[in-house]
Every structure is written in structure tokens, then in C-alpha cells.
Design a protein around this ligand. Structure first.
Ligand code: HEC
Ligand code: HEC
Ligand code: HEC
Ligand code: HEC
Ligand code: HEC
Ligand code: HEC
Length: 364
């Protein structure tokens, strides 16, 4: 009964605010802006259901109404399990380039066919859906950057509505090569919004998880021992390569290849990831020349047709193959350099320590 009364008052409040403010939140925020609004889910965990309206208003989905994504939520109390969202639905937002209602359907279809989407229904906790990789991120604030502030002032010479201009400018600027400072690093929006190392971390969050990937390999029906080994060590074997080390040292180094550079096709939409035997895969023998050919700007001395030879496992994923002489030499040199550096540092520390001791003794 209490729930009913609450629902009724809520519904009245919804109607009131929705009419009053004309916002896109469909009145949902009347309840959902309350801090600490939570549910206990099936796994007995408390899940926060409160939404910060200030943050939502500056996010990429700010112009989409709550019920356009949460299409199943029509009443309060909500029906159980109605929180799921389908990212391929069409919303009322009009794409100015086509004047048609907007939808992520094209990306959705690519994902659905890809290695990440085709078996998603079988194990939604192992395979990544859109929401695993994408959160409702915030647009960058045009007032915070000198260069953008100047553009902003210029736009308003013609466009009188400042809020509108700010909104449009930040939409474009979030995808432009404008440096921003985050955690002490300079980020550039150029190739992808995420920097190279962030992409590695995103992919590694699953691909480094042996238990998860073993389950997935069973679902995929990949039983060949070597093939399994290659998939299971994909991140580890990438991290020892030059590409990974360049990115690790400078996460903005656009010269170094991150996972997406090699695993997606050149003119694709970042979601066309397939098994290497699939002819649609960027690392399929049919396409590898084109994929690695992209890197001629980084490897200017290597002719395009030779790049194919680099694309063998041992250059782009250094798999631990015990019988390869090259791998052995690399391992030995690596070990040697480690011990050389460590012993040099230890030696230096000892000398400084002894010197300090000498000075202390002299003083007394
Ligand atoms: C009268 C208050 C109220 C209103 C209005 C309301 N909600 Fe809720 N909502 C709740 C409460 C309380 C919960 C947590 C308990 C539950 O699931 O009923 C919740 C839970 C949710 C969940 C999580 C459900 C899940 O199973 O994970 C979603 C999603 C949600 N609401 C979306 C919406 C949307 C979209 C609207 C607007 C159309 C809306 N709510 C309007 C009170 C409200
Ligand atoms: C662009 C689509 C989109 C819009 C717009 C949107 N949501 Fe959501 N919302 C989602 C997705 C996706 C999830 C995660 C669902 C899942 O995990 O299955 C979610 C989750 C939630 C949850 C569950 C708690 C949580 O954090 O997982 C609540 C509550 C909620 N949304 C309320 C709202 C309200 C209120 C609005 C309007 C202000 C809104 N949503 C607008 C897509 C959207
Ligand atoms: C495995 C992780 C992953 C999954 C799953 C995924 N994406 Fe992406 N998506 C990315 C990455 C990485 C980018 C590159 C741009 C970036 O880093 O923001 C991207 C880019 C995009 C962009 C362009 C964004 C921009 O600002 O340039 C859209 C739109 C998009 N994805 C939608 C979707 C939709 C819809 C789905 C579900 C059908 C989905 N994605 C599933 C990782 C993923
Ligand atoms: C010289 C005047 C002028 C300046 C300066 C100017 N605009 Fe415009 N803008 C226009 C006119 C006129 C149109 C509509 C006609 C057209 O598309 O050319 C327009 C159209 C647009 C549109 C497309 C709107 C739609 O829905 O189709 C966007 C977005 C936009 N401007 C953003 C900006 C931004 C951001 C800036 C600053 C970087 C800017 N404009 C600077 C005059 C200007
Ligand atoms: C939520 C977990 C998850 C995330 C995040 C994820 N993957 Fe996957 N990926 C999987 C699963 C599960 C498979 C299927 C197992 C398989 O085919 O080996 C898979 C398969 C693959 C395959 C095919 C492997 C094969 O067998 O040939 C490639 C390549 C791949 N992912 C690359 C990426 C890249 C690049 C990213 C980052 C943009 C990424 N993955 C992010 C879970 C994930
Ligand atoms: C420089 C290009 C390049 C980069 C960067 C790269 N890969 Fe690969 N990856 C390849 C190629 C080429 C293959 C196929 C190797 C072969 O033919 O044995 C492959 C194979 C794989 C496989 C399947 C194993 C197999 O042999 O079938 C997975 C999974 C994978 N990569 C994931 C990743 C992840 C995750 C990252 C980022 C941490 C990444 N890759 C970075 C080029 C790259």
C-alpha cells in the first residue's frame, strides 16, 4: 500500500515537473535524483539507482529521454528486470546530416556479427556488450581551454544562443586533437577518444583474465592447444613488444599500435573484430597487408608488401615459443639488462650510504 501511495505521489509529481520544466527526463529524476536510491539485486548486492542530474545534463546522451533508452519502463513500481537497455533502438534525436531519427543500429549490427557479439546471448557475463566498453561520458568543458574559449567567442559572433553554441562546439571538440590534461597526462582526441594505453587496458580487462577466456574458448569450440595458448596469452604477449612499451612510456604516442589498430579494419567503425580465420578479420591473410600497410608511416623504410612478414605472431604478439632461437636471445638480453641495471643501482646506493656514514662519523 505504501509503495502504491509513493507511486501515486510520484506519478503526480512526474506529470507536474515534466509539464513544468519540459526536460527530456520524463519525470524520472523526481525519484532518481535522490541520493542513495538503491535496490538489492538477485545476487543480494546493493545497486545504486540514483542519477546525478547535473552530470547527466553534461553527458553525451543528455538530449535523449530516459524512456527512449529504458523503453520497458512505463509505470511505477517498475516491473522486475525492466532496466535492460537495447542500444540499437531509435531515438527522437534527429541526425542533422540526414535529418532522420538517430540510432546506433549500424554499430550494433557490426558488433552483433563480430566475435564479441555473435555468442553474447550464451554468456552475457563473458562477452562485452556496448555498456561494458561505453559509459555515459561527459563532454569536455569548452570554457576550460584557452583555444576553445577563443573559438567559442568567435562562434557567438553569428550564433546568438550561447548555450546552443557551447553544446555544439563541445560535441565536435570532444573528438578533435585538442590536448587536455587528465591525471597529469596530456590527452589528445585524435584517433580515438581513449588514448592507446586506455584501449589496451580496456581489452586486457577481459583478455588477461584466464578463467573468463578459458570459458569463452569452450563456448567458441576452440580446442587446439596452441590456438588456446595464443588467445590466453594475447595481452601478455603484446605487452613485451615494442608497440606496448612505447605506449606504456607515452600513452599518447600515436605512432605505436594499440589493439584496435591491428584488430579492426581500416575504414571500419572499431567494432569489426573477428577470429583471424574469418575473411572479414583485419588480421586474416587476405587483409593483413592492408592492415600492416597502415604502418608505413611508422616504418617508412619497409615496403608495403614486406609488412606482411612483420605480421607473424612473433613480432606483434611475442608468444613464448621455447624452441625459437630469437626468443631465447631476447629473453637472455632482457634478463641481463635487468640484472645489470639492478646491480649498478645497488652499487651506487652502497657507495652513497658509505659516504654518508663517513661524513656522519667525521662530524662527531
Ligand atoms: C516514484 C519514484 C520513481 C519514479 C518516478 C521512477 N523510478 Fe525508477 N526506480 C524507483 C525505485 C524506488 C527503484 C528501485 C526499486 C525498484 O526497482 O522498483 C527504481 C529502479 C529503477 C531502475 C533499475 C531497475 C533494475 O531492475 O535495475 C531503472 C532502470 C529505473 N528505475 C528507471 C526509471 C525511469 C527510466 C523512470 C522514468 C520513466 C523512472 N525510473 C521513474 C523509483 C522511481
Ligand atoms: C542513452 C541511453 C540511456 C539514457 C538516455 C538513460 N539511461 Fe539509464 N541506463 C542506461 C543503460 C545502458 C543502463 C545500464 C543497464 C544495464 O546495466 O543493463 C542504465 C541504467 C540505469 C539505472 C540502473 C542503475 C545503474 O546505474 O545501473 C537507472 C536507475 C537509470 N538508468 C535511470 C535513468 C534515468 C532516470 C534516466 C534519465 C535521466 C536515464 N536512465 C537515461 C541507458 C540510458
Ligand atoms: C570491446 C569494447 C567495445 C564494445 C563491446 C563496443 N564498443 Fe563502441 N567503441 C569501442 C572503442 C574502443 C571505440 C573507439 C573510440 C573510443 O575509444 O571512444 C568505440 C567507438 C564507438 C563509437 C564512436 C564514439 C566516438 O565518440 O567517436 C560509437 C558510437 C560506439 N562505439 C557505439 C557502440 C555500440 C552501440 C556498441 C554496442 C552495439 C558498442 N559501441 C560496443 C569499444 C567498444
Ligand atoms: C559567419 C557566421 C558563423 C560563424 C562564425 C559560425 N557559424 Fe555556425 N552556422 C552559421 C550559419 C549561417 C549556419 C546555417 C547555414 C549553414 O549551414 O551554412 C550555421 C550552421 C551551424 C551548424 C549546423 C546546425 C544544424 O543543425 O544544421 C552548427 C552545428 C554550427 N553552425 C556550429 C558552429 C560553431 C560550433 C561555430 C564556432 C566554431 C560556428 N558555428 C560559427 C553561421 C556561423
Ligand atoms: C568483456 C570482455 C571482453 C573485452 C572487454 C574484450 N574482449 Fe575480445 N573477446 C572476448 C571473448 C569472450 C572472446 C571470444 C573468445 C575467443 O574467440 O577467443 C573474444 C575474442 C576476441 C578476439 C578473437 C580471438 C580469436 O579466437 O581469434 C579478438 C581478436 C579480440 N577479442 C580482441 C579484442 C580487442 C582488440 C578488445 C579491446 C577493444 C577486446 N577484445 C575486448 C571478451 C572480451
Ligand atoms: C601490431 C598489431 C597487433 C597489435 C597491437 C595487437 N594484435 Fe592481437 N594479433 C595480431 C595478429 C597479426 C594476430 C594473429 C597472429 C597469428 O597469425 O598467429 C593477433 C592475434 C590475436 C588474438 C588471437 C590469437 C590467435 O593467434 O588467433 C587475440 C585474442 C589478440 N590478438 C588480442 C589482442 C589484444 C587484446 C591486443 C591488445 C592488448 C592485441 N591483440 C594487440 C596483431 C596485433
Amino acid at each position: 500500500m505504501k509503495a502504491f501511495i509513493l507511486g501515486l505521489t510520484g506519478a503526480i509529481a512526474i506529470a507536474g515537473t515534466a509539464l513544468g520544466m519540459g526536460t527530456t527526463d520524463d519525470g524520472c529524476l523526481v525519484c532518481h535524483r535522490l541520493k542513495g536510491l538503491s535496490i538489492v539485486n538477485k545476487e543480494n548486492k546493493v545497486e545504486d539507482c540514483s542519477i546525478s542530474d547535473a552530470l547527466f545534463a553534461h553527458s553525451v546522451h543528455r538530449n535523449v529521454g530516459c524512456t527512449e533508452c529504458h523503453t520497458d519502463i512505463e509505470e511505477y513500481p517498475h516491473r522486475p528486470g525492466s532496466g535492460k537497455v537495447n542500444c540499437a533502438t531509435q531515438c527522437h534525436v534527429i541526425d542533422p546530416s540526414t535529418k532522420k531519427p538517430f540510432s546506433h543500429k549500424k554499430v550494433y549490427e557490426t558488433w552483433k556479427k563480430s566475435v564479441h557479439g555473435k555468442n553474447y546471448q550464451k554468456a552475457p557475463d563473458i562477452y562485452p556488450y556496448c555498456t561494458y566498453c561505453h559509459t555515459n561520458r561527459l563532454l569536455i568543458d569548452v570554457n576550460k581551454f584557452e583555444a576553445l574559449k577563443m573559438s567559442f567567442d568567435r562562434c557567438s559572433i553569428c550564433h546568438q544562443n550561447k548555450e546552443w553554441v557551447k553544446d555544439r562546439l563541445s560535441h565536435v571538440a570532444s573528438r578533435e586533437p585538442i590536448p587536455i590534461i587528465k591525471n597529469g597526462f596530456t590527452h589528445q582526441f585524435i584517433k580515438t577518444r581513449r588514448d592507446g594505453w586506455e584501449i589496451v587496458e580496456l581489452c586486457a580487462s577481459c583478455h588477461e583474465d584466464k578463467k573468463k577466456m578459458e570459458k569463452a574458448l569452450d563456448i567458441e569450440g576452440i580446442h587446439n592447444k596452441f590456438e588456446r595458448e595464443h588467445v590466453l596469452t594475447a595481452v601478455e604477449s603484446y605487452k613485451v613488444t615494442m608497440h606496448a612499451k612505447m605506449l606504456y612510456l607515452d600513452r599518447n604516442d600515436t605512432r605505436a599500435a594499440d589493439c584496435l589498430d591491428c584488430h579492426t579494419n581500416k575504414d571500419g567503425n572499431f567494432h569489426d573484430i573477428f577470429h583471424k580465420n574469418d575473411p572479414r578479420s583485419s588480421i586474416n591473410p587476405k587483409n593483413i597487408e592492408l592492415t600492416c600497410g597502415r604502418s608505413t608511416e611508422c616504418h617508412p623504410l619497409a615496403p608495403k608488401y614486406h609488412m606482411k612478414n612483420f605480421a607473424t605472431t612473433k613480432w606483434v604478439h611475442m608468444h613464448p615459443i621455447p624452441d625459437s632461437l630469437g626468443q631465447k636471445i631476447v629473453k637472455i638480453v632482457e634478463e641481463f639488462m635487468f640484472w645489470l641495471t639492478t646491480s649498478t643501482l645497488l652499487f651506487a646506493v652502497t657507495i652513497v650510504g658509505l659516504d654518508l656514514l663517513k661524513n656522519l662519523r667525521r662530524k662527531h
